[in-house]
Design a protein around this ligand. Structure first.
Ligand code: ZN
Ligand code: ZN
Length: 346
């Protein structure tokens, strides 16, 4: 089968590898769409803690069930499915509490196991058993379904940050994760969404949907947000970009009792932002972290997409053929496009 094999740092080989054999509890999925995100880009450019080479990357996967093991009853060949990429152990304390993204022994498709940048992907038995395969309704395209995983990560963040009705929410970064977080904050009842971004094209797209878009190249976000909130500051701030300044600015733009969502990890080896830690003390800020998503977050995200509560059909999406995967990863690095999806059928 066709596969994009990461053999070393910045070395992807477009090649043929054997089609996986299906064990009793496994499910083989014919990949239709797989999103490229910054996690793939970082894995390609600098490696990743959980990455075992050689490996097929790609964890934002949707496709059609091709073959099921003899013991599988949850799905059948022909089902349209989306895959939650985390394979939890199911027995540790975190798994038992439903926080399987924090599982002590979690394995991730696209890191520990081969992912979606290939013609077929094997969902191992422990994933099938823990419900990582989710059927997608006819109303949802495979491209839209591929956004389930990034939306699920945003659901995880906002369950912690607890966006409430009437909140003023600041999102830093107008890439796919910034837009998904902003859309989600809207349906959770935020009264005002302020998006901070540097790129004019992204601002132009976001202006149609959100209350205020601030171009960092033209104005000072902290001052503008202070003006927009009549000096009070925002209720919640979530940086959805790796810019260290966004972390420092988030703390600065929050009002008293504001909630900070640490969503985007900082790039390893880069300078830590200069943070005025006393802002947390004086304003009594709350700081929440979020990493990945649980299978429950994934199911919630898929419901939000399926019901039309969160619409992603209007997100700027570029569909690339499989052969252009490496160019796609480079586009993600340059932040050229809002949302990039590899279509394995073209
Ligand atoms: Zn991702
Ligand atoms: Zn576990």
């Amino acid at each position: 089968m066709r596969a994009a094999l990461l053999e070393g740092i910045q070395k992807i080989k477009m090649t043929q590898i054997p089609k996986p054999t299906v064990g009793k509890g496994d499910v083989l999925v014919r990949v239709v769409a797989c999103g490229i995100c910054r996690t793939d880009m970082k894995a390609y450019q600098i490696g990743q803690r959980d990455l075992h080479l050689p490996r097929v990357l790609g964890h934002e996967i949707s496709g059609i069930v091709e073959e099921t093991g003899s013991e599988v009853t949850s799905v059948q060949p022909g089902d349209r499915v989306q895959i939650a990429p985390g394979l939890p152990c199911g027995t540790c304390d975190y798994c038992r509490k439903g926080m399987d993204n924090l599982c002590d022994h979690v394995e991730i498709m696209g890191f520990h196991y081969d992912g979606g940048f290939a013609e077929y992907v094997l969902v191992p038995e422990n994933g099938v058993r823990h419900g990582v395969l989710n059927k997608i309704p006819e109303s949802l395209t495979f491209y839209e379904a591929a956004l389930t995983e990034p939306l699920a990560c945003s659901v995880n963040m906002q369950e912690s940050v607890q966006i409430l009705s009437g909140d003023v929410v600041v999102i830093f970064g107008g890439g796919p994760l910034g837009i998904l977080n902003a859309k989600l904050a809207r349906i959770r009842g935020a009264s005002s969404i302020i998006l901070v971004e540097k790129r004019a094209a992204r601002i132009e797209a976001a202006e149609k949907e959100f209350d205020h878009c601030i171009n960092l190249m033209e104005e000072n976000a902290v001052e503008r947000i202070r003006t927009l909130t009549a000096g009070k500051g925002a209720d919640a701030a979530i940086p959805c970009c790796p810019d260290p300044q966004a972390v420092a600015d988030s703390l600065a733009v929050l009002g008293k009792k504001g909630r900070f969502g640490f969503f985007s990890g900082l790039v390893m080896g880069e300078d830590a932002p200069h943070i005025d830690w006393n802002l947390i003390h004086y304003k009594e800020l709350a700081v929440y972290g979020a990493y990945g998503c649980s299978s429950n977050h994934n199911r919630t995200a898929l419901e939000l997409l399926s019901s039309g509560m969160v619409r992603v059909s209007d997100m700027t999406t570029r569909i690339l053929p499989f052969e252009e995967l490496v160019q796609g990863i480079e586009m993600v690095a340059r932040r050229d496009d809002t949302n990039l999806i590899i279509d394995l059928t073209i």
